[in-house]
Structures are given as C-alpha cells and as structure tokens.
Design a protein. Structure first.
Lengths: 477, 466
C-alpha cells in the first residue's frame, strides 16, 4: 500500500554557533557553567540594554551559506519574534524574517539507490537562542539564562526530501559541513544541532498534501524514526478515508511515537517586525572576499583529493573524511610515512576501534600521529614484523613515547640474521618430525603450523619472509 | 535665587570661593523640600552632598571636568547604577539599575552632580505628566497647570530651581513640549547623536536623550558632553563635534503653511508672529514652505511608536525583576496579573494599540503603511532643507493645560504633539526656545534643522534670546 504514496519532507535545522561570545552581548557561551552566571544586562533583558551584533557570528553564517552554495544577501535585517515565555527575557527573540542573511543554496546527498540528489536550501538565517526552562525540579519552573543569546543559524530546506533515510543523509552531510567549517560542534544529543521536520504525503502525481511539523527529535536516528512514523501515520489515515490535520507533533523517543502538541501552544501570532535597535547587516564584496578566504576544504573536495593524491579506494577516502578531525589526523600521520594505504588501514582499523570503544574523539586519542607514522615505517623497513607492530601499538596506548625506544627496551627488534633463524628452525624441525613427515607426504597445510612454531619460539620477532625462505629450503632440501 | 546665570559663572564663583558647592546643593535640596507639592522627583540621591564636597576640591585644584559642580536631575527612564529605576511605573517598584546609561556616565565623568530621578509620564507615554505611578507633577509657573510631558519632572525641576539642568528624553516631543510649558530650553538631538544605552525603550527608532536647561550655553555644554558614538548602541553614530558659541549667522527660515491652519491658540499665534517679525528685523529671511504630508504625522507616529512599545515593554513580566503578583499559579497568570497590576492606563492603551497594528492581517494596513508615510515625511523635510536652514513652528498648539483636562480625552492629548513628532519621525534635531508673552504662561518656539545641525539650532536660540 505504501508504494502508491510519496513523502514530501522539508527540514529546519538549528545549529548553535561556537563563537567566543553571544550573538548580541559579550557574555561567554560556555556550556556547563553554573546557572545564570554567563549573563549581563543585555541578555537578561534589563531596561535600556541594547543588542550589538557579533561579527564572528555573521561570518560563520556567511561561511555556512557559501559552503552550501547560497546567495549571500548584501543586506539583511534582524526582526523581532514576539512571544511570552519565562526563558525569553525580552519577550521577543531577535531573529530574521523578511531578509535572511543567505538564500537559495543546495546540498548533494546520496539516495538509497546510491545516486546523487540535490536538496535545495531555501534560507539560512541568524537568530539568538532562548534560555532553558527547567520544569522537573519541584513544583516551580526554574530558568537558566546562560544559553540565552547564544547564536544560532536556522537552515531551512525546500521540501525536496522524499524519505526518512534521505533526511538522515542530509543531516549527516550538514553535520559534516558545520564541523568542517568549525562553526558548530554538530552534537544533536546535546542540542547544538536541532532538527524539526515538515512532513506530508501524497499519491504520485497528486498535488501536495497537508503537512505536519514534527519536533523534539534529539538524535539523527530519532529524526529518521520520527519521519518514518509520521509518513506511516499519514498514509494510514488517508487509506482509511481520513484527512490530515495541519498540526505540530512532538516525538517521544521512549515510546517511538509522535503526539500532537496542545493546539493552544501553536496558535502564536509572532508579530514579526524589523528590530529598530539594530542596523541592517551589510556584507559588501570586500567582507565577503575576506570571509571566503577563511573557507576550509569541504568534505566532498577533501574526499576526492584523498582518492587522487593518496591513491586511496573510495571507501577509505569516505571513512577518513567522515570527520574533519579524522582526516586531519590521517594527514598528520602522512607527515611521517609515505605509506598512504597502511596509514589508512591503521586509522580506519586499530585506531578507530580504540576511539569507538572508548567513545572518544580522535582528537583525544592518546597516540600521536607522529608515532603512528613511525610505527608504520618500522614495519616497512623490517625493523619489526607486522605482528610486533600490533604489540607496539598496544604499548604506545599505554605510553605515547618514541616507538624506537619501546622496541629497544622491550627487545622487539626483528630477527633478520639467517644463521640465528636457521638454528631455531632446525630445533623446530627436529622436535616436530611427525609434521615434517606429513608435509613431505604432500600435506602442505602443515607449513603454516611450522611457521607458527618458529614465531612462537622467537616471540614473534622472526622476519616472516626469511622464516618462509629458510623453512621451504630445509623442508624441500 | 542663584548668584549665577550659567555654568561658566558658577565655576568662576566656586574658584573665587564666592560660592560653596555644598551650600549650592543644599539650596537645591531645600527648594525641593519646600516645594514638595510640585512632585518633580521620584527619588533624591543621598550622595549628592558628598560628591559636591569632592568636586569642590577638584575645582579648587584645577583638576575638575567640564561639568564640574553642575547639579543635574535625571529623568527616571535612565539607568544609574545602584539607584532606583522605575520609569514612574508600578511595574518597576523596588527595582535598582545594575548599570549606568552611557549618557549619564559621561555626565558623571565630567564631574556633574546628580541630584535625583525626576518624575515623568509612565515609560515616557504622555504629554502631561499625569500618567505616573508617583502622581502628577505640577507646573511651577502655575500649580493648577500641567508641566507637560513626558519629561514633566525634569522641566519642572529646572523651572523651579531644583537643579541647574536636567536630562530628559524625547520620543514624540517629550523634552520640547515640557520645556515650552515651563519656560525652559530643551533640545532633542539628532537620532543617533546621543547613545540610548541605558534609556528604557519606549519606541526605539524615535527615542532620544537630551538636556533641559535655563539657558542656551548650558544646554549646548551638556549636549556636547553626552554626544558621541557608543559601541553599546548600534544606532548611535559618529557625528561632527558641536561648535558653540557659533558665529551669529543669518539664516533662511522656513514657515510651513500646513502648521498654521487651525487649533492654534491666540497667545501661541501671537508669540510666533512677533518672533517672526523680530527674526526678519534682525536680518533672517523667512520663506514660506510646504510639508505636504503633515496631516499624517500624528497617525504615523502613534502607529509606529506604539508598535515598537508593545514589543519593548514585553520584558516587564515579573520573571527576573520588578513587580510580580504573588498569587500567580500559571504562566498565563504570571503575565496577565503582573502586567494588569503593574502598567497604568495609558501604557496599556499603547501596548494594545501597538499589538493590534502588528497583528497578522493588520500589519500591512497599519505598520507597513505608516512606515511608508514615515519615508514620505522624511522626503518632505529633505526637500524643505534644500531651501531653508531652519524650520520654525510653535512647540505646542497652546500653553500648559489645566491638570485633568486631557485625562479622559487621550486623542486631544495626542493632537497636541502635532509640531513635535515630525522631528522624531525624521530623526532631525529640534529645539524649544521659551517665549514669554505678557499675560499668559510662556510658549515654546520650535526650530528644526537637518540631521546633525544642532549647532545652528543653538545659534538661533541664542540669537532670539538676546
């Protein structure tokens, strides 16, 4: 039954900008400070206090606009969005309404079928965040205004998204872009990225259906689930001959269901009008050029460069550039080794495993890129074997010191002296005469067993190639 | 009486030890106390004497600032750190400002002595000073009359010799009209010349801070000090420094035909006519001009100013400071009860009007249209100032009203703003110069000039005063 329908989805994403100070005052935006400590007359809404726009926030918004192919408006204006709530000190939020800072951009996402699809961005606007109301500590509502005035950009798409999976892909891309730009930490669980979805369904070829807005999804997966839920819910209603009510629903992640908001809460008339306290934002060519010059390499470009410059498989490039931090780490390793593929393997394999297990960012990974680079070189120049390499990695996790010191102290240097190895091999052959017999009778699998015995005897330090050579010679000879 | 006329004379007397600054402040305080019924002050500052003592020392040592010892009253819409700030509203009862307004900081830096906070119409909304939680202010020249508003307390304090000068604010005429009603000098600077930081906003795109004084020299001196770009106010601007006293120039003065049609009382008309004659006699040129959109100024002003006010006054909600009804149980009650109890009638009227004109479905018909009218009025003035240096008009259509006269007729009160609101709609500077006719209260002669031309306003004021 679902095949008859298509979903039409638009997303509104709020991204908290990691500027030094709030959007309209000099207060810090630091997370986790004691309640109501990062506040001043401006963000407390004291009588007579006036907003002054943070230039860094404007630059961040423009950077985002440029990164997603938007037109940067030469002039944009702040507007007041009027409503009453205890965590909104002024009784209005300074936002943008008629002339946002950026318009008409797009992002490319991969569809389920693996093709590229353009999601158009309608607008990006700057606004201030509200404070936090805390309702669960006794009967009173407590208000913390530390967050109040934190700069946000709202990124609004056209209704170009046609599945929950696509919405998920869009968000992943968006997160990648904001983190690459260094303008937002992209953390949905902590609320530094927030997403609302407008969802409607229609039979193919029909005109647009009535949309609902789904809010309160606090992870990428929840966005996907909530949209899937809402598409199914709407189709079920239509199939039963019902009609969709235009309303706002709140996602409940515990119950895996979205519930309508009380209608009173959404019947706002925000009475937007230009904020007379602020002059229009004017971004002339000179300023735009200056901002453009601060544009870092974006994920897509970096991915392509990795494929070309380091001759990496697409898969490797994709994973290595998935976060800016990982790509930076990878390139830092390459300052100490030219073995691009080994470096990629280490980063995607052993290193990723450790950071995932410990739920840390690669930025907080204890082994320096330099020591990983050295580790790769030590293997490649036969100082240690690959197996010892893994051991050395474990040692480096314990203490991030020069790998050469570790291998000397722990006596991990590979045995490449053939006479020393011959002695070991002779000893192994004589004490495993049954297996030697089996091999000579054509059971070639036994070769691996014998190699293993040699490695055991040498505590893994024997040069595997040399072991192979000598063993073959002795068995056949 | 005071032994000096201007601040320069005052300083000289102190330097020569012919005037004690402490006694001077004590004199003002005693006058305030004797004439308590005028009700010009909401609060007096108890550190004024202390400051007088310190500043007198500085004057004698020659290290004092440009306003050393000038005793100034501050309208209770402006923040002074650790002092009460009420805006003459019940909703801010008990509130103390946590910072000082930029304009006031500049006065303090130049060693002025702040004597107290003056009464005004609640949040600057009114033209009679009757809309105050502290009760009406009486006109010192005739206690049955209003002093004008909203800076009624400031003007009354200057006229009654409660201080040397006062700071007022002017959103639609609130400095000039009380100056006219009390026979004092008041100037509304160009929008942006004086920082609004610390001025409780009524209508942000109109609000201006300016002085009220007994003579043009003091007026110019204070204006010079409080002027200047402020990093804390994005709408403030870099401006030319005011050169005053200036060169006694002859000006082309425009007389808008739309301003003299009807509603003007006989004494105001006569006062203006005599002033014009004198101006011509002294070599100025009077030119008939037209400001075609004058009929729409009051409507445009009250739509735009109340729209901004409805948003500006939203912050008074009892959540963080000020009045809060303790019976509240829900969010709705928090807002409803606090605002119902805290705001006066005129403030409520303007909030409702402003909310209405911004409402969806009405925005285009009112707010947008009024913005267009505002632009047209600006063009009228731009055109006029291509022909003339100054525009002359009465400050108000009549002398001070009787107390109670407009209380039940707000429209009548709004119409009294006809001559003053244009300067706020267009952002240009305007001055009110007192004219004393024989058998009535004083009237105000208003001059308007183009943006940042305060200098010529002060010059013409000085010329007609001499």
């Amino acid at each position: 039954m679902k095949e008859k329908y298509e979903a039409v989805i638009g997303l509104e994403v709020h991204a908290q900008l990691i500027t030094n100070t709030k959007l309209f005052c000099a207060c810090s935006i630091k997370f986790g400070s004691p309640p109501n400590s990062n506040v001043c007359p401006v963000c407390l809404g004291h009588p007579g206090a006036l907003p002054v726009t943070n230039k860094q926030a404007i630059e961040y918004a423009v950077l985002m606009g440029l990164a997603v192919n938007c037109v940067v408006n030469e002039q944009s204006i702040f507007a007041r969005k009027n409503y009453f709530y205890p965590d909104l000190p002024k009784g209005y939020q300074i936002s943008q309404f008629e002339k946002p800072i950026c318009e008409n951009g797009h992002i490319e996402v991969k569809t389920a079928e693996g093709s590229d699809k353009i999601i158009r961005i309608k607008r990006i606007h700057l606004e201030e965040d509200a404070g936090k109301s805390i309702h669960d500590q006794g009967s009173d509502t407590l208000v913390d205004l530390n967050r109040c005035g934190t700069p946000l950009i709202e990124i609004v798409t056209e209704p170009d998204i046609s599945s929950a999976k696509e919405a998920y892909e869009y968000l992943i891309n968006l997160k990648q872009i904001v983190t690459y730009l260094g303008i937002c930490d992209g953390n949905m669980e902590e609320g530094s990225l927030r997403c609302d979805a407008n969802v409607s369904v229609r039979k193919y070829g029909d005109k647009l259906g009535t949309k609902t807005e789904v809010k309160n999804m606090n992870s990428f997966r929840n966005v996907e689930r909530a949209i899937d839920f809402e598409i199914k819910r709407q189709i079920e209603i239509l199939e039963e001959g019902g009609t969709i009510t235009q309303e706002t629903l709140l996602w409940n992640a515990d119950l895996n269901e979205a519930f309508p908001m009380r209608s009173k809460e959404e019947s706002h008339d925000y009475r937007y009008f230009p904020d007379p306290d602020l002059m229009p934002i004017v971004i002339d060519e000179k300023w735009k050029t200056k901002i453009t010059s601060k544009m870092p390499e974006l994920p897509k470009v970096r991915r392509e460069r990795f494929i070309k410059q380091f001759n990496l498989p697409e898969y490797d490039a994709e994973i290595l550039t998935s976060t800016k931090d990982m790509a930076d780490y990878y390139e830092a390793v390459l300052e100490f080794t030219d073995d691009y593929k080994s470096a990629s393997n280490w980063v995607m394999g052993d290193i990723s495993k450790v950071i995932n297990e410990n739920k840390i960012s690669i930025k907080d990974f204890s082994i320096s890129p330099k020591n990983i680079g050295k580790l790769i070189e030590l293997i490649n120049n036969n100082t240690i074997s690959g197996k010892i390499g893994k051991e050395l990695f474990e040692e480096l996790l314990k203490s991030n010191i020069d790998p050469e010191i570790i291998i000397k102290e722990k006596n991990l240097v590979q045995i490449t002296d053939s006479s020393e190895l011959e002695n070991v091999i002779d000893k192994i052959l004589s004490s495993n005469s049954i297996q030697v017999e089996e091999y000579r009778n054509g059971k070639e699998k036994v070769f691996g067993f014998l190699v293993g015995q040699v490695m055991r005897e040498t505590k893994g330090k024997a040069n595997p190639q040399l072991v192979n050579e000598i063993l073959t010679k002795k068995l056949k000879g | 009486m005071l032994p000096y006329k201007t601040h320069t004379e005052k300083i000289r007397l102190i330097q020569k030890a012919q005037l004690s600054l402490i006694e001077n402040v004590e004199f003002f305080l005693s006058q305030i106390s004797v004439h308590k019924d005028i009700n010009a002050f909401n609060f007096l500052f108890d550190d004024a004497i202390d400051r007088a003592n310190k500043i007198e020392q500085k004057i004698k040592e020659g290290t004092s600032g440009k306003l050393a010892g000038m005793v100034i009253a501050v309208k209770d819409l402006l923040s002074v750190k650790d002092k009460p700030l009420t805006c003459s509203s019940k909703i801010l009862r008990g509130f103390e400002a946590i910072y000082t307004a930029t304009s006031i900081e500049k006065l303090i830096d130049e060693d002025a002595i702040l004597i107290g906070k003056t009464n005004c119409d609640e949040f600057g909304m009114g033209s009679t000073n009757e809309n105050s939680a502290f009760g009406p202010v009486l006109n010192p020249l005739d206690k049955l009359k209003v002093p004008g508003g909203s800076s009624g307390g400031s003007a009354a304090a200057v006229a009654a010799n409660f201080c040397d000068a006062a700071i007022g604010t002017d959103t639609g005429g609130s400095i000039r009209q009380p100056a006219a009603f009390t026979g004092t000098f008041g100037i509304k600077p160009t929008y942006g010349r004086v920082s609004r930081y610390g001025l409780t906003a009524y209508a942000s795109s109109f609000d201006c801070v300016g002085p009220i004084a007994k003579n043009v020299l003091d007026l110019a001196l204070i204006l010079k000090i409080i002027s200047g770009k402020d990093e804390l106010d994005s709408t403030s601007s870099e401006s030319n420094e005011i050169q005053f006293p200036s060169q006694n120039k002859k000006y082309k003065i425009g007389l808008p035909k739309e301003y003299f049609k009807e509603g003007l009382t006989e004494e105001v008309k006569t006062g203006i006519e005599i002033t014009i004659e004198n101006l011509e006699k002294t070599g100025h040129e009077i030119i008939d001009i037209s400001l075609p959109h004058s009929d729409y100024t009051i409507a445009a002003y009250y739509i735009l100013a109340t729209a901004e006010a409805s948003s500006n006054l939203a912050r008074f909600d009892g959540v963080r400071y000020g009045l809060r009804n303790e019976k509240i149980r829900t969010f709705d009650e928090l807002y409803n009860l606090t605002k119902t109890e805290g705001f006066g009638k005129e403030v409520k009227r303007r909030i409702m009007l402003g909310t209405y004109v911004l409402s969806s479905g009405y925005y285009d018909a009112y707010y947008s249209k009024a913005q267009k009218v505002r632009r047209l009025i600006k063009e009228d003035f731009d055109n006029a100032f291509r022909e003339v240096d100054l525009i002359i008009s009465p400050t108000a259509p009549s002398t001070a009203y009787k107390i109670g006269d407009t209380v039940n007729d707000p429209l009548q009160m709004y119409l009294g703003d006809i001559y003053t609101v244009s300067a706020n709609l267009t952002g240009i500077p305007a001055i009110s110069v007192p004219y004393q006719s024989e058998n009535s209260l004083p009237i105000g002669i208003q001059f308007m000039a183009s943006h940042f031309n305060e200098e010529i306003l002060l010059d013409i004021a000085q010329q007609i005063t001499e």
